[in-house]
Design a protein around this ligand. Structure first.
Ligand code: SF4
Length: 492
Protein backbone atom coordinates (compact mmCIF):
# COMPACT_ATOMS: atom_id res chain seq x y z
CA UNK A 1 0.00 0.00 0.00
CA UNK A 2 1.32 3.46 -0.90
CA UNK A 3 2.13 5.85 1.96
CA UNK A 4 0.67 8.63 -0.11
CA UNK A 5 3.92 10.01 -1.43
CA UNK A 6 6.18 9.02 -4.26
CA UNK A 7 9.74 9.98 -5.05
CA UNK A 8 11.02 8.78 -8.40
CA UNK A 9 14.57 9.95 -7.78
CA UNK A 10 13.99 13.32 -9.43
CA UNK A 11 13.70 15.14 -6.06
CA UNK A 12 9.96 15.57 -6.53
CA UNK A 13 7.47 14.20 -4.06
CA UNK A 14 3.94 13.47 -5.10
CA UNK A 15 1.28 14.53 -2.63
CA UNK A 16 -1.88 12.46 -2.84
CA UNK A 17 -3.86 14.27 -0.16
CA UNK A 18 -6.22 15.48 -2.87
CA UNK A 19 -6.82 14.62 -6.53
CA UNK A 20 -4.59 17.47 -7.74
CA UNK A 21 -1.64 15.15 -6.98
CA UNK A 22 0.98 17.91 -6.80
CA UNK A 23 4.57 16.98 -7.50
CA UNK A 24 6.49 19.10 -5.03
CA UNK A 25 10.14 20.08 -5.34
CA UNK A 26 12.34 20.09 -2.24
CA UNK A 27 11.87 23.24 -0.17
CA UNK A 28 8.60 24.10 -1.95
CA UNK A 29 4.94 23.76 -1.10
CA UNK A 30 2.09 22.23 -3.10
CA UNK A 31 -0.66 24.21 -4.81
CA UNK A 32 -2.70 24.64 -1.60
CA UNK A 33 0.31 25.56 0.59
CA UNK A 34 -0.82 22.96 3.10
CA UNK A 35 1.88 20.42 2.20
CA UNK A 36 5.59 20.90 1.57
CA UNK A 37 8.62 18.89 0.60
CA UNK A 38 11.07 19.25 3.46
CA UNK A 39 14.30 17.33 3.01
CA UNK A 40 12.55 14.84 0.79
CA UNK A 41 9.68 14.30 3.19
CA UNK A 42 6.08 15.34 2.63
CA UNK A 43 4.98 17.38 5.63
CA UNK A 44 1.88 19.30 6.62
CA UNK A 45 2.86 22.96 6.89
CA UNK A 46 0.55 23.92 9.77
CA UNK A 47 0.73 22.60 13.32
CA UNK A 48 -1.80 20.12 14.61
CA UNK A 49 -4.24 21.84 16.92
CA UNK A 50 -5.45 20.48 20.23
CA UNK A 51 -8.09 22.12 22.42
CA UNK A 52 -7.39 21.93 26.13
CA UNK A 53 -9.42 22.55 29.25
CA UNK A 54 -7.55 24.63 31.76
CA UNK A 55 -8.55 23.81 35.32
CA UNK A 56 -7.98 26.05 38.31
CA UNK A 57 -6.75 24.85 41.70
CA UNK A 58 -10.32 23.78 42.58
CA UNK A 59 -10.64 21.67 39.46
CA UNK A 60 -13.05 24.21 37.88
CA UNK A 61 -12.64 25.05 34.25
CA UNK A 62 -11.13 28.47 33.55
CA UNK A 63 -13.46 30.34 31.15
CA UNK A 64 -12.31 30.63 27.54
CA UNK A 65 -11.99 34.43 27.59
CA UNK A 66 -9.77 34.32 30.69
CA UNK A 67 -7.70 31.39 29.46
CA UNK A 68 -7.25 32.93 26.01
CA UNK A 69 -5.56 35.98 27.50
CA UNK A 70 -1.83 35.46 27.21
CA UNK A 71 -2.25 31.95 25.78
CA UNK A 72 0.92 31.15 23.83
CA UNK A 73 -0.16 27.92 22.14
CA UNK A 74 2.12 25.65 24.20
CA UNK A 75 0.75 22.28 25.19
CA UNK A 76 -0.29 22.07 28.85
CA UNK A 77 0.60 18.72 30.34
CA UNK A 78 -2.12 16.88 32.27
CA UNK A 79 -4.90 19.17 30.93
CA UNK A 80 -7.91 17.37 29.43
CA UNK A 81 -7.09 17.42 25.72
CA UNK A 82 -9.08 16.98 22.54
CA UNK A 83 -7.30 16.48 19.21
CA UNK A 84 -9.02 18.57 16.53
CA UNK A 85 -8.86 18.00 12.79
CA UNK A 86 -6.99 21.29 12.25
CA UNK A 87 -3.63 20.42 10.69
CA UNK A 88 -4.44 16.71 10.96
CA UNK A 89 -3.89 16.00 7.22
CA UNK A 90 -6.33 14.59 4.74
CA UNK A 91 -6.95 11.35 2.96
CA UNK A 92 -9.17 12.40 0.09
CA UNK A 93 -10.98 10.67 -1.51
CA UNK A 94 -10.92 8.49 1.57
CA UNK A 95 -9.61 5.23 0.25
CA UNK A 96 -7.64 4.72 3.44
CA UNK A 97 -8.36 5.24 7.14
CA UNK A 98 -8.46 8.77 8.55
CA UNK A 99 -5.06 10.12 9.61
CA UNK A 100 -5.77 9.82 13.35
CA UNK A 101 -7.99 7.42 15.21
CA UNK A 102 -7.42 8.28 18.83
CA UNK A 103 -8.24 6.32 21.96
CA UNK A 104 -9.33 8.00 25.17
CA UNK A 105 -11.39 7.35 28.28
CA UNK A 106 -14.38 9.18 29.69
CA UNK A 107 -15.78 8.16 33.06
CA UNK A 108 -14.20 4.74 32.69
CA UNK A 109 -15.66 4.20 29.19
CA UNK A 110 -13.28 3.62 26.28
CA UNK A 111 -13.83 6.20 23.56
CA UNK A 112 -12.49 6.70 20.05
CA UNK A 113 -12.21 9.93 18.05
CA UNK A 114 -11.62 9.78 14.32
CA UNK A 115 -9.83 12.97 13.31
CA UNK A 116 -9.35 14.33 9.83
CA UNK A 117 -9.31 17.36 7.61
CA UNK A 118 -12.31 16.81 5.39
CA UNK A 119 -12.30 18.01 1.80
CA UNK A 120 -15.76 19.41 1.16
CA UNK A 121 -16.65 19.54 -2.51
CA UNK A 122 -20.24 20.22 -1.50
CA UNK A 123 -20.13 23.16 0.84
CA UNK A 124 -21.40 26.65 1.28
CA UNK A 125 -21.54 29.51 3.71
CA UNK A 126 -24.67 31.05 5.16
CA UNK A 127 -24.25 34.63 6.31
CA UNK A 128 -26.63 36.47 8.63
CA UNK A 129 -26.21 40.23 8.62
CA UNK A 130 -28.01 42.03 11.44
CA UNK A 131 -29.29 45.13 9.71
CA UNK A 132 -32.39 46.99 8.63
CA UNK A 133 -30.52 48.46 5.72
CA UNK A 134 -31.55 47.31 2.30
CA UNK A 135 -28.72 45.34 0.75
CA UNK A 136 -30.43 44.12 -2.43
CA UNK A 137 -33.41 42.15 -3.73
CA UNK A 138 -33.92 38.42 -3.27
CA UNK A 139 -32.33 36.50 -4.99
CA UNK A 140 -29.84 39.03 -6.42
CA UNK A 141 -26.37 37.86 -7.39
CA UNK A 142 -23.54 38.49 -4.92
CA UNK A 143 -20.21 39.22 -6.55
CA UNK A 144 -16.59 39.27 -5.51
CA UNK A 145 -14.11 40.60 -8.07
CA UNK A 146 -16.98 40.61 -10.58
CA UNK A 147 -17.64 36.86 -10.21
CA UNK A 148 -20.92 35.57 -8.82
CA UNK A 149 -20.22 33.74 -5.56
CA UNK A 150 -23.76 33.44 -4.23
CA UNK A 151 -27.10 35.18 -3.86
CA UNK A 152 -29.25 37.12 -1.43
CA UNK A 153 -31.63 34.68 0.21
CA UNK A 154 -34.75 34.92 2.40
CA UNK A 155 -34.49 37.77 4.91
CA UNK A 156 -34.98 36.85 8.55
CA UNK A 157 -36.23 38.89 11.50
CA UNK A 158 -33.96 41.94 11.73
CA UNK A 159 -31.38 40.36 9.48
CA UNK A 160 -30.47 40.03 5.84
CA UNK A 161 -29.26 36.62 4.72
CA UNK A 162 -26.69 35.59 2.12
CA UNK A 163 -26.02 32.17 0.62
CA UNK A 164 -22.43 31.98 -0.58
CA UNK A 165 -20.62 29.21 -2.41
CA UNK A 166 -22.15 25.85 -3.14
CA UNK A 167 -21.18 23.38 -5.78
CA UNK A 168 -22.73 25.35 -8.66
CA UNK A 169 -20.39 28.30 -8.16
CA UNK A 170 -17.42 26.14 -7.17
CA UNK A 171 -17.45 23.79 -10.13
CA UNK A 172 -20.44 24.55 -12.35
CA UNK A 173 -19.18 27.81 -13.85
CA UNK A 174 -15.86 29.12 -15.15
CA UNK A 175 -12.54 28.27 -13.54
CA UNK A 176 -12.26 31.86 -12.27
CA UNK A 177 -15.75 31.74 -10.73
CA UNK A 178 -14.79 28.57 -8.85
CA UNK A 179 -11.48 30.00 -7.63
CA UNK A 180 -12.98 33.33 -6.50
CA UNK A 181 -15.87 31.54 -4.77
CA UNK A 182 -13.52 29.18 -2.97
CA UNK A 183 -11.30 32.05 -1.85
CA UNK A 184 -14.27 34.12 -0.62
CA UNK A 185 -15.61 31.18 1.39
CA UNK A 186 -12.15 30.43 2.79
CA UNK A 187 -11.70 34.00 4.00
CA UNK A 188 -15.21 34.16 5.48
CA UNK A 189 -14.69 30.86 7.31
CA UNK A 190 -11.31 32.01 8.61
CA UNK A 191 -13.05 35.12 10.04
CA UNK A 192 -11.43 37.52 7.57
CA UNK A 193 -13.31 40.45 5.97
CA UNK A 194 -14.70 39.95 2.46
CA UNK A 195 -16.02 42.79 0.34
CA UNK A 196 -18.93 41.91 -1.91
CA UNK A 197 -21.31 43.76 -4.18
CA UNK A 198 -24.94 42.85 -4.67
CA UNK A 199 -26.57 43.35 -8.08
CA UNK A 200 -29.09 46.17 -7.74
CA UNK A 201 -28.07 46.64 -4.13
CA UNK A 202 -25.24 47.58 -1.82
CA UNK A 203 -21.52 47.02 -1.38
CA UNK A 204 -21.11 45.02 1.82
CA UNK A 205 -18.10 44.07 3.91
CA UNK A 206 -18.76 40.90 5.89
CA UNK A 207 -16.57 39.49 8.65
CA UNK A 208 -17.62 36.85 11.16
CA UNK A 209 -18.33 38.34 14.58
CA UNK A 210 -17.95 41.94 13.39
CA UNK A 211 -20.49 44.62 12.45
CA UNK A 212 -21.37 44.72 8.75
CA UNK A 213 -20.20 47.67 6.67
CA UNK A 214 -22.85 48.64 4.13
CA UNK A 215 -21.94 51.15 1.44
CA UNK A 216 -19.06 52.28 3.62
CA UNK A 217 -21.17 52.76 6.75
CA UNK A 218 -20.62 50.52 9.76
CA UNK A 219 -23.94 49.25 11.13
CA UNK A 220 -24.18 49.69 14.87
CA UNK A 221 -27.55 48.38 15.93
CA UNK A 222 -29.89 45.54 15.09
CA UNK A 223 -33.47 46.82 15.16
CA UNK A 224 -35.48 46.14 18.30
CA UNK A 225 -38.23 44.58 16.15
CA UNK A 226 -40.37 45.50 13.18
CA UNK A 227 -42.38 48.74 13.39
CA UNK A 228 -45.40 46.90 14.73
CA UNK A 229 -43.36 45.11 17.40
CA UNK A 230 -41.72 48.40 18.40
CA UNK A 231 -45.12 50.00 18.89
CA UNK A 232 -46.25 46.99 20.89
CA UNK A 233 -43.23 47.14 23.19
CA UNK A 234 -43.21 50.89 23.85
CA UNK A 235 -46.86 52.00 23.52
CA UNK A 236 -47.54 52.20 27.29
CA UNK A 237 -44.39 54.30 27.77
CA UNK A 238 -45.45 56.83 25.11
CA UNK A 239 -49.00 57.00 26.34
CA UNK A 240 -49.76 60.44 27.78
CA UNK A 241 -46.62 62.02 26.32
CA UNK A 242 -47.56 62.00 22.61
CA UNK A 243 -50.78 61.81 20.61
CA UNK A 244 -49.36 59.75 17.77
CA UNK A 245 -46.26 57.64 17.09
CA UNK A 246 -45.28 56.42 13.64
CA UNK A 247 -42.50 53.83 13.63
CA UNK A 248 -40.92 53.89 10.17
CA UNK A 249 -39.86 50.46 9.00
CA UNK A 250 -39.17 48.95 5.59
CA UNK A 251 -41.10 45.85 6.61
CA UNK A 252 -44.08 47.02 8.71
CA UNK A 253 -44.54 50.71 9.46
CA UNK A 254 -46.77 51.12 12.48
CA UNK A 255 -49.20 53.91 13.41
CA UNK A 256 -49.84 53.80 17.15
CA UNK A 257 -53.40 55.15 17.44
CA UNK A 258 -54.69 52.81 14.70
CA UNK A 259 -52.66 49.85 15.99
CA UNK A 260 -54.11 47.36 18.44
CA UNK A 261 -51.65 48.65 21.06
CA UNK A 262 -53.13 52.15 20.78
CA UNK A 263 -56.70 50.83 20.76
CA UNK A 264 -55.94 48.89 23.93
CA UNK A 265 -54.81 52.17 25.58
CA UNK A 266 -57.98 53.96 24.37
CA UNK A 267 -55.91 56.49 22.43
CA UNK A 268 -58.06 58.63 20.11
CA UNK A 269 -57.33 58.28 16.40
CA UNK A 270 -54.97 61.07 15.28
CA UNK A 271 -55.97 61.18 11.61
CA UNK A 272 -52.46 60.83 10.14
CA UNK A 273 -52.61 58.59 7.06
CA UNK A 274 -49.40 56.98 5.86
CA UNK A 275 -48.65 55.73 2.39
CA UNK A 276 -48.31 52.05 1.48
CA UNK A 277 -50.51 49.00 1.67
CA UNK A 278 -52.52 48.55 4.85
CA UNK A 279 -52.09 45.04 6.19
CA UNK A 280 -54.13 45.20 9.40
CA UNK A 281 -55.12 48.25 11.49
CA UNK A 282 -52.05 50.42 12.15
CA UNK A 283 -49.70 48.13 10.18
CA UNK A 284 -48.54 49.19 6.70
CA UNK A 285 -46.33 47.51 4.11
CA UNK A 286 -44.33 49.33 1.40
CA UNK A 287 -44.58 52.88 2.73
CA UNK A 288 -41.50 53.72 0.65
CA UNK A 289 -38.79 52.02 -1.39
CA UNK A 290 -35.94 50.08 0.19
CA UNK A 291 -32.88 52.14 0.92
CA UNK A 292 -30.35 53.46 3.38
CA UNK A 293 -32.75 55.90 5.05
CA UNK A 294 -35.06 55.61 8.05
CA UNK A 295 -35.79 52.01 9.08
CA UNK A 296 -34.29 50.51 5.89
CA UNK A 297 -36.46 52.66 3.61
CA UNK A 298 -35.17 55.26 1.17
CA UNK A 299 -36.76 58.00 3.27
CA UNK A 300 -34.57 60.75 4.69
CA UNK A 301 -37.48 63.08 5.54
CA UNK A 302 -40.03 61.00 7.50
CA UNK A 303 -42.88 63.33 6.52
CA UNK A 304 -42.54 61.91 2.98
CA UNK A 305 -44.44 58.81 4.07
CA UNK A 306 -47.46 60.83 5.21
CA UNK A 307 -50.17 60.79 2.57
CA UNK A 308 -52.58 63.16 4.29
CA UNK A 309 -53.73 64.47 7.63
CA UNK A 310 -57.49 64.18 8.02
CA UNK A 311 -58.92 67.55 9.24
CA UNK A 312 -62.00 65.77 10.60
CA UNK A 313 -59.89 63.78 13.05
CA UNK A 314 -56.60 65.62 13.65
CA UNK A 315 -56.36 68.75 15.79
CA UNK A 316 -54.04 71.72 16.14
CA UNK A 317 -51.41 71.15 18.81
CA UNK A 318 -51.38 67.40 18.21
CA UNK A 319 -48.02 65.90 19.28
CA UNK A 320 -46.49 63.35 16.92
CA UNK A 321 -43.31 61.28 17.18
CA UNK A 322 -41.73 59.65 14.14
CA UNK A 323 -38.98 57.16 14.91
CA UNK A 324 -37.06 54.31 13.27
CA UNK A 325 -36.89 50.76 14.63
CA UNK A 326 -33.40 51.32 16.04
CA UNK A 327 -34.13 54.73 17.52
CA UNK A 328 -31.22 56.11 15.48
CA UNK A 329 -33.60 58.39 13.55
CA UNK A 330 -36.31 60.29 15.42
CA UNK A 331 -38.19 63.56 15.06
CA UNK A 332 -40.93 65.21 17.09
CA UNK A 333 -43.67 67.35 15.49
CA UNK A 334 -46.58 69.48 16.65
CA UNK A 335 -49.44 70.24 14.25
CA UNK A 336 -49.97 73.97 13.67
CA UNK A 337 -53.34 75.71 13.13
CA UNK A 338 -53.36 74.54 9.48
CA UNK A 339 -52.63 70.98 10.72
CA UNK A 340 -49.14 71.07 9.21
CA UNK A 341 -46.50 69.12 11.18
CA UNK A 342 -43.88 71.53 12.52
CA UNK A 343 -40.73 70.02 13.96
CA UNK A 344 -40.20 70.90 17.59
CA UNK A 345 -37.80 70.05 20.36
CA UNK A 346 -38.43 66.56 21.69
CA UNK A 347 -39.66 66.58 25.29
CA UNK A 348 -37.34 64.71 27.69
CA UNK A 349 -39.98 62.08 28.57
CA UNK A 350 -40.32 61.21 24.87
CA UNK A 351 -36.55 61.25 24.36
CA UNK A 352 -36.16 58.70 27.19
CA UNK A 353 -38.31 56.20 25.30
CA UNK A 354 -36.52 56.86 22.00
CA UNK A 355 -33.22 56.23 23.77
CA UNK A 356 -34.69 53.08 25.27
CA UNK A 357 -35.34 51.72 21.76
CA UNK A 358 -31.61 52.12 21.10
CA UNK A 359 -30.76 50.54 24.45
CA UNK A 360 -32.86 47.51 23.53
CA UNK A 361 -31.14 46.98 20.19
CA UNK A 362 -28.48 44.33 20.15
CA UNK A 363 -25.16 45.08 18.42
CA UNK A 364 -25.34 44.42 14.68
CA UNK A 365 -23.06 41.52 13.78
CA UNK A 366 -22.26 39.25 10.86
CA UNK A 367 -22.61 35.54 11.61
CA UNK A 368 -20.95 33.04 9.30
CA UNK A 369 -22.04 29.41 9.26
CA UNK A 370 -20.13 26.81 7.29
CA UNK A 371 -22.35 24.13 5.80
CA UNK A 372 -20.93 20.97 4.25
CA UNK A 373 -21.75 17.42 3.33
CA UNK A 374 -19.77 14.83 5.31
CA UNK A 375 -21.92 11.95 4.12
CA UNK A 376 -19.80 10.92 1.15
CA UNK A 377 -16.41 9.28 0.87
CA UNK A 378 -15.23 11.03 4.03
CA UNK A 379 -17.08 8.31 5.92
CA UNK A 380 -14.77 5.68 4.47
CA UNK A 381 -11.95 7.17 6.52
CA UNK A 382 -13.98 6.24 9.60
CA UNK A 383 -15.45 2.84 8.76
CA UNK A 384 -15.53 0.19 6.07
CA UNK A 385 -19.32 0.36 6.24
CA UNK A 386 -20.14 4.06 5.74
CA UNK A 387 -23.92 3.91 6.13
CA UNK A 388 -23.42 2.67 9.69
CA UNK A 389 -21.63 5.92 10.50
CA UNK A 390 -24.55 7.91 9.12
CA UNK A 391 -26.96 5.87 11.26
CA UNK A 392 -24.72 6.20 14.31
CA UNK A 393 -24.64 10.01 13.91
CA UNK A 394 -28.41 9.99 13.46
CA UNK A 395 -28.85 8.01 16.69
CA UNK A 396 -26.47 10.41 18.52
CA UNK A 397 -24.10 7.52 19.27
CA UNK A 398 -21.42 9.37 17.32
CA UNK A 399 -20.84 13.04 18.02
CA UNK A 400 -19.60 15.19 15.15
CA UNK A 401 -17.51 18.28 15.86
CA UNK A 402 -15.53 20.70 13.70
CA UNK A 403 -12.37 21.91 15.40
CA UNK A 404 -14.06 20.84 18.66
CA UNK A 405 -17.07 23.11 18.02
CA UNK A 406 -20.55 21.58 18.16
CA UNK A 407 -22.31 21.16 14.81
CA UNK A 408 -25.93 20.92 13.77
CA UNK A 409 -26.61 17.86 11.61
CA UNK A 410 -29.59 18.27 9.29
CA UNK A 411 -32.35 15.68 9.42
CA UNK A 412 -32.85 13.39 6.44
CA UNK A 413 -30.18 11.56 4.52
CA UNK A 414 -26.44 12.07 4.61
CA UNK A 415 -24.40 13.96 7.19
CA UNK A 416 -25.09 17.55 6.18
CA UNK A 417 -23.75 19.74 8.93
CA UNK A 418 -23.65 23.40 9.88
CA UNK A 419 -21.18 25.01 12.24
CA UNK A 420 -20.68 28.58 13.44
CA UNK A 421 -17.14 29.49 12.38
CA UNK A 422 -17.05 31.97 15.28
CA UNK A 423 -17.01 28.97 17.63
CA UNK A 424 -14.05 27.36 15.88
CA UNK A 425 -10.36 28.11 16.48
CA UNK A 426 -8.81 30.77 14.24
CA UNK A 427 -7.47 29.62 10.86
CA UNK A 428 -9.41 26.37 10.99
CA UNK A 429 -10.04 26.19 7.24
CA UNK A 430 -7.94 25.50 4.18
CA UNK A 431 -8.64 24.76 0.55
CA UNK A 432 -7.57 22.61 -2.35
CA UNK A 433 -7.64 23.88 -5.92
CA UNK A 434 -10.13 21.28 -7.19
CA UNK A 435 -11.69 23.72 -5.85
CA UNK A 436 -13.05 22.74 -2.45
CA UNK A 437 -12.78 23.84 1.16
CA UNK A 438 -10.89 21.85 3.76
CA UNK A 439 -12.44 21.83 7.22
CA UNK A 440 -11.52 19.97 10.40
CA UNK A 441 -13.90 17.22 11.41
CA UNK A 442 -13.94 14.82 14.31
CA UNK A 443 -16.22 11.85 15.01
CA UNK A 444 -16.28 10.75 18.66
CA UNK A 445 -17.90 7.46 19.64
CA UNK A 446 -17.66 4.75 22.30
CA UNK A 447 -15.03 2.21 21.35
CA UNK A 448 -17.46 -0.72 21.33
CA UNK A 449 -19.84 1.25 19.08
CA UNK A 450 -16.93 2.17 16.84
CA UNK A 451 -15.95 -1.44 16.36
CA UNK A 452 -19.57 -2.38 15.72
CA UNK A 453 -19.92 0.17 12.95
CA UNK A 454 -16.92 -1.28 11.14
CA UNK A 455 -14.15 0.98 12.44
CA UNK A 456 -10.43 0.46 11.89
CA UNK A 457 -9.50 -1.28 15.15
CA UNK A 458 -5.87 -1.73 14.19
CA UNK A 459 -5.43 2.04 13.63
CA UNK A 460 -6.54 3.15 17.10
CA UNK A 461 -3.72 4.88 18.96
CA UNK A 462 -3.47 6.66 22.32
CA UNK A 463 -3.43 10.46 22.15
CA UNK A 464 0.00 10.62 23.82
CA UNK A 465 1.51 8.54 21.03
CA UNK A 466 -0.08 10.74 18.37
CA UNK A 467 1.19 13.93 19.98
CA UNK A 468 4.66 12.50 20.60
CA UNK A 469 5.05 11.86 16.87
CA UNK A 470 3.64 15.22 15.73
CA UNK A 471 6.13 17.66 14.20
CA UNK A 472 4.37 20.65 15.75
CA UNK A 473 1.36 21.01 18.04
CA UNK A 474 -0.56 24.21 18.84
CA UNK A 475 -2.86 24.33 21.81
CA UNK A 476 -6.01 26.48 22.02
CA UNK A 477 -8.27 26.87 25.06
CA UNK A 478 -11.53 24.95 25.19
CA UNK A 479 -14.78 26.95 25.13
CA UNK A 480 -16.55 26.26 28.41
CA UNK A 481 -19.97 26.28 26.72
CA UNK A 482 -19.03 23.58 24.19
CA UNK A 483 -20.06 20.05 25.16
CA UNK A 484 -16.97 17.97 25.85
CA UNK A 485 -17.00 15.57 22.87
CA UNK A 486 -16.14 12.49 24.90
CA UNK A 487 -19.06 13.10 27.20
CA UNK A 488 -21.77 11.31 25.25
CA UNK A 489 -23.82 10.58 28.32
CA UNK A 490 -24.44 7.22 29.89
CA UNK A 491 -26.67 4.58 28.43
CA UNK A 492 -27.52 1.04 29.34
S1 SF4 B 1 -3.30 20.79 -3.68
FE1 SF4 B 1 -2.46 20.48 -1.63
S2 SF4 B 1 -3.47 18.63 -0.87
FE2 SF4 B 1 -3.78 18.68 -3.09
S3 SF4 B 1 -2.09 17.45 -3.90
FE3 SF4 B 1 -1.42 19.60 -3.92
S4 SF4 B 1 -0.33 19.88 -1.98
FE4 SF4 B 1 -1.51 17.98 -1.81
Amino acid sequence: MSDGTENKGDGLIRCDACPVLCRIREGRTGACDRYANRAGKLVRTDPMVVAQKVLDENGEMVPFATAARGWDGSLISQAPTFLTGIGATTTYPDYKPAPFIVASQQDGVDMVTVVSEGVFSYCGVKVKIDTDAYIGPEPAAIRVDGEQVGHVTTAEYGSQMLAIGGVRHLTGGSKKEGAVTCDAMLRLCNKEPVEMTIDGGAAVVVQAGRPPVINGVKEERMRVGCGSATVGIFAPQWHGHVDEVIVVDDHITAVLTEHQAGRFLDMPLAGVKVRGRRSTPGRYFQVADHGAGWGGTDVSDPLDIIEKIDPKTAWAGQRMLMVSTTGQDAAYFVLDEALRPVEAEMPPEVRIVVDRIGENCEPALCSVLFMGGAGGSLRAGVTVNPVRLTRSVRRALTRVTCGGAPVYVWPGGGITLMVDVGEMPDRSFGYVPTPALVAPIEFTVRRDDYLELGGYADRIRPLDAVLANAAEVRSVPWHEHHPWPYDLGHRD
